[in-house]
Ligand binder design. Structure first.
Ligand SMILES: [Zn+2]
Length: 192
């Protein structure tokens, strides 16, 4: 026996809503992956009492069975966002450094760049610690564990976002700074 995954998914979708239980990552994940929300229902996705998954090319597409709650486009955006997230947690992701270009060294002001040590651990470290063709090594800052730094920055970002007045104050400061910067004739110099 096959089952309509559209309707079971809908029950599943409503479940935490009805019961008032917490949304679990697994539930959200199933919702995000279920095409039923785009109005496409598959017949025969599972088989038997134990709902064993069947091969995708044996599924039948039923249109107009479930109402489209989200657009196909949004569904695809969700899929690519999920794929990206999966990437972040896979082996490949160890080499991603989202803070590159956003953080500078406290000691010398050079930008921090990411690197992987012993093939496994992600770190950020100061560009100034490198000898380059045009200058000597200018900094002795230590390596910073990427997981730690990203968590610290993320916590800060979250706290700023949860207090819009902080954000507004920062934007205000920036605007003032720029005004001061340009009123001292710096703009003329820059244009020259
Ligand atoms: Zn430095």
């Amino acid at each position: 026996m096959s089952s309509y995954t559209g309707s079971t998914a809908l029950k599943f979708f409503l479940f935490p809503y009805i019961t008032g239980k917490k949304w679990e990552a697994r539930t959200v994940n199933r919702v995000l992956h279920n095409k039923a929300y785009t109005g496409i229902t598959y017949f025969g996705r599972t088989t038997g009492k134990d709902h064993k998954k069947t091969n995708e090319d044996t599924w039948h597409v039923l249109t107009d069975v479930t109402p489209a709650i989200i657009s196909q486009e949004l569904f695809e955006q969700a899929q690519s966002a999920l794929a990206k997230l999966r990437g972040l947690h896979s082996g490949k992701a160890k080499h991603e450094y989202p803070l590159t270009g956003f953080v500078v060294c406290e000691k010398c002001g050079s930008s921090l760049i990411g690197s992987c040590l012993r093939g496994n651990y992600r770190y950020y470290h100061c560009r100034g610690t490198y000898l380059t063709a045009s200058r000597a090594k200018i900094c002795d800052a230590h390596y910073i564990r990427a997981d730690w730094l990203e968590e610290v920055v993320w916590d800060k970002v979250k706290s700023v976002l949860s207090q819009p007045e902080l954000l507004l104050a920062e934007v205000g400061k920036q605007v003032e700074n720029e005004k001061a910067h340009y009123s001292t004739g710096t703009m003329d110099k820059e244009i020259k």
